[in-house]
Ligand binder design. Sequence first.
Ligand code: DCC
Length: 233
Amino acid sequence: MLRSCTQLVKGLTCRPSARCRLDAVRSRGVVDRISLVPFSNASVTTDCALPNDSWSPDMLEQFNKFMEMTRDGTWKRLPSYRKFMEKVTLGGKEYVLKRAPNSRFFMRSIDKEGLGFEYVMFLNQAQKRLVCLFQPGIYLEGPPGFAHGGSTAAILDSTLGGCAFYMAGRIMTGNLNINYKSPIPLGSVVLVESKLDRVEGRKVFMTGHIRSADGQTLHAEATGKSLFVLSQP
Ligand SMILES: CCCCCCCCCCCC(=O)SCCNC(=O)CCNC(=O)[C@H](O)C(C)(C)COP(=O)(O)OP(=O)(O)OC[C@H]1O[C@@H](n2cnc3c(N)ncnc32)[C@H](O)[C@@H]1OP(=O)(O)O
């Protein structure tokens, strides 16, 4: 995990992002900024949060709807990579936190499009909300024809965690409560919604839920106790 990572590379540019604290660099001072960028390796630089042939017409329709809302700048589509670097600025110097060789971001670890987690996230900074359009593929099967509960937890964790990251800083999931209300059919399109509730010291409280794209079915709820903890100063 990055908390225990001590390898740093100097001299890279960094765009402003959320504040954070990292154990790994604690002895060197305070981290001022952090941002996520793709690895400069051709096999992992593809932005996976763009339409591909596996996307259903429903997924494309939702994507186009949200892209329309990005036009005035209130919503922003978040690019997504199979592996990304975290760049931090520390005492005026810029560093890259290294990951294990050949590692992959869990949510993008299946190469073939459409089989695993097919998703795209949109951030609304002013409303402190992150919405994820999610189309679960057949490799996520749990009950016959439906998504495994662990995959549902993973997409909730990533959406709530992503929102906490962009709104508050670098976090680890401390607690995630989920009520599963209705199974998610494989290949369907659902909207995963997350919202920052409040920040108390290092504790970032989030809520979220998953609904079918037509809004008719509530699939899961992440309760108000879901907690993300900012990395230690
Ligand atoms: C778009 C994509 C972008 C990319 C962004 C990617 C987003 C992906 C999100 C996925 C994130 C993950 O999967 S993370 C991986 C899964 N999570 C983990 O492995 C975390 C394992 N746990 C830990 O490392 C630790 O326990 C921590 C970091 C959670 C907390 O440890 P700590 O730093 O020592 O802090 P600690 O003093 O214990 O707690 C600080 C405060 O939080 C409270 N607290 C701590 N844990 C809990 C808890 N479970 N329930 C209630 N409260 C808790 C404490 O009471 C305390 O409150 P008070 O006394 O101050 O009031």
